[in-house]
Write a protein that binds this ligand. Structure first.
Ligand code: ADP
Length: 325
């Protein structure tokens, strides 16, 4: 049957709808353990081929959200769509499209790298040359070719994480979920691991979501969702979030921070707050203000520092509290 040119065929219209919708869409997600609210109306979305970080202090709901996204827990309210699919209706479909890397070790320490990957591949129905080819490809991608026959227990922490990554990617997922991916690794190993993840986004088109409580890890994502007490406190690219603070952050220590805050507020415009016993100000051209503050309040200031806004400053501004892990 011919279809008029202006009317898309069904597969075309589905494809268009899918293209216009976000690749990951989370709406009004809620979850409580008994009386305790763990997630209290979480919403965010993400386009394909992007990296999203879920940053939050302890107890902010990261693990609960992670478990819902990877289909281990069902939300009590709200909706999740991953690659256009509803994990509640089609958990198997979502799992086929998703790779998961847990924070805890999931490798058999007594098996070799290749043996671990073969076992995982078989669980996904891969075998023979197809499985071997995929394992070769991933070992090469993650610089593990020389260690394919090493027992996992002999590997460094960074190599184990890369083996976990290879394991999560064996079945060609479109989405990769990682829980605290580089917690416990040295900074340079962490950076190396992140280079692999950004390469997966850029060269393999994978959409990546990860949870973290580490500010430097959160810096690398395209989109950051900051959580606190089960809610989204703010979201955007790390650079934009820091830009919103506008200028510099001045932190002053004083024997009586509340009195100093009141005196500064009486003299200067702009937000002044006391966070964990220190007086904070956000100010353009902060170095000029520091000079004035030291002249006017020298007797009340024990120490003063000036810095460019960090993600921690973003968290403090949104919650009025320091970020505590
Ligand atoms: P995070 O991973 O950011 O530390 P969680 O999702 O583990 O956050 O926890 C969110 C909230 O839910 C916290 O207040 C935590 O104490 C509570 N919580 C988590 N798991 C349970 C559980 N199994 N039973 C009761 N409360 C829980």
């Amino acid at each position: 049957m011919l279809t008029p040119a202006s009317q898309p065929t069904e597969p075309e219209s589905k494809a268009k709808a899918a293209a216009s919708a976000a690749f990951v869409d989370v709406r009004d997600l809620a979850f409580r353990y008994g009386d305790r609210k763990a997630l209290d109306g979480i919403s965010f979305s993400l386009d394909r081929r992007r990296i999203l970080g879920l940053l939050g202090p302890n107890g902010s709901g990261k693990t609960t959200l992670f478990r819902i996204l990877c289909t281990l827990l069902q939300p009590q309210a709200g909706q999740v769509r991953l690659a256009g699919l509803d994990p509640e209706r089609d958990p198997a479909g979502v799992r086929r499209r998703m790779g998961v890397v847990f924070q805890t070790n999931s490798l058999d320490q007594e098996l070799t790298v290749a043996e671990n990957l073969v076992c995982q591949g078989r669980l996904h129905g891969l075998k023979g040359l197809r499985l071997k080819g995929r394992i070769d490809e991933l070992l090469e991608r993650f610089d593990l070719g020389g260690r394919r026959n090493s027992r996992v227990r002999s590997l460094s922490g960074g190599m184990r994480r890369r083996t976990e990554l290879a394991k999560g990617l064996l079945h060609h997922p479109q989405i990769l979920l990682l829980d605290e991916p580089t917690a416990g690794l040295d900074p340079h190993i962490r950076q190396e691991f992140w280079e692999h993840l950004t390469d997966l986004r850029d060269s393999a088109g994978i959409t990546i979501l990860f949870t973290t409580h580490l500010m430097d890890e959160a810096e690398v994502c395209d989109r950051l969702v900051i959580l606190d007490q089960g809610r989204v406190v703010t979201e955007g690219s790390p650079a934009k979030l820091k830009e919103r603070i506008g200028g510099d952050v001045i932190v002053m220590h004083s024997p009586d921070p509340n009195a100093l805050k009141a005196r500064i507020q009486g003299r200067y415009q702009g937000a002044v707050s006391v966070v964990n016993g220190a007086v904070r100000m956000e100010q353009h051209r902060g170095h000029e203000l520091i000079r004035d503050l030291m002249e006017e309040f020298s007797g009340e200031i024990q120490a003063i520092s000036l810095g460019k806004p960090t993600l921690e400053d973003v968290f403090i501004r949104e919650t009025g509290r320091e970020f505590q892990v």
